[in-house]
Write a protein that binds this ligand. Structure first.
Ligand code: PMP
Length: 293
């Protein structure tokens, strides 16, 4: 079946979907993006993702050539054309084509791309048994330099972490911030559970304000778990009863080992599993229905 991609106002095939080598997203990582899931024809937290996209755009002074409502319709139409019910949306807005200098003023028109695909990131077994993970030497970008709240196309900080994770043969890794507090994973937020209380670092320490993270915070309240957004260190991770990552692609995935320390019982803990169960129930409900008028 042909895969259709939205590219600057047109729906083109994957083979036809080409961008300029002068695009500043390519030359400099100048642009922003979103990764969004679609579950049973529902774009989960579509509005929240679009708000984060338009906030990132405002922060980097990027003029998105579509309103939020038009963008939502583009997402729906791309999904419909690909007849997708479950999958992943990658929405990219780059600064567009300019010259070889880095000045964004030379880029007259931002470029908008929407790709939708099937997605399977971890096998189901990993959600029960948990991932092995490590902490890495690479520190999270400091907010004063490039704020991790901006979901920019510049992912080299994260990629360097992924390289260390690959080298250690683990699926995800933990990044600290410059002060040594736990920040997040290479592409996920992190939570720990200790004595029944759920902790996650405040995003000002250097983390993306994850849509999944915020959903888990809501679900903690719904399920009656005490949730604290406060700084913690690697030591707290090592001695936690449960550790898990959250992200659009990864959903809610347990960690069974960090830097050789076994976490809790060495498999997904009860609070992690109950949050995952409830998460998988709400993902079909809260968002934008693609196939309804
Ligand atoms: N942190 C980083 C660095 C990410 O790339 C992602 C994935 N978008 C997340 C956290 C999780 O965010 P979300 O739950 O919105 O996917």
């Amino acid at each position: 079946m042909t895969q259709w991609i939205y590219l600057d106002g047109q729906y083109v095939t994957k083979e036809e979907a080409k961008v300029s080598v002068y695009d500043h997203g390519f030359l400099y990582g100048d642009g922003i993006f979103e990764g969004i899931r679609i579950y049973e024809g529902n774009i989960f937290k579509c509005h929240e993702h679009l708000v984060r996209l338009y906030d990132s755009a405002k922060s980097i002074m990027l003029n998105i050539p579509l309103t939020m409502e038009e963008m939502e319709e583009v997402l729906c139409e791309t999904i419909r054309r690909n007849e997708l019910k479950d999958g992943y949306i990658r929405l990219i807005v780059s600064r567009g084509a300019g010259n070889l200098g880095l000045d964004p003023l030379r880029c007259p028109q931002a470029s908008v791309i929407v790709i939708v695909e099937q997605l399977a990131i971890y096998p189901e077994e990993a959600y029960l048994n948990g991932l092995r993970t490590i902490s890495v030497s690479q520190r999270r970008n400091i907010p004063d330099a490039l704020n991790p709240k901006i979901k920019s196309l510049n992912y080299l900080n994260n990629i360097l972490v992924k390289i260390q994770a690959n080298h250690a043969d683990v699926g995800e890794a933990i990044m600290l911030n410059a002060q040594g507090y736990v920040a997040e994973g290479s592409s996920d937020n992190i939570f720990i559970v200790k004595n029944g209380v759920v902790f996650t670092p405040p995003c000002y320490l250097g983390a993306l304000e994850g849509i999944t993270r915020n959903t888990i915070i809501e679900l903690c309240e719904e399920l009656g778990y005490k949730l604290k957004e406060e700084p913690f260190t690697l030591h707290d991770v090592y001695v936690a009863d449960e550790v898990f990552f959250t992200g659009t692609a990864a959903e809610v995935i347990a960690v069974r080992e960090v830097d050789g320390r076994v976490i809790g019982t060495g498999q997904a803990g009860p609070i992690t599993l109950s949050l995952l169960k409830r998460f998988r129930e709400v993902v079909t409900q809260n968002g934008k229905k693609v196939y309804e008028a």
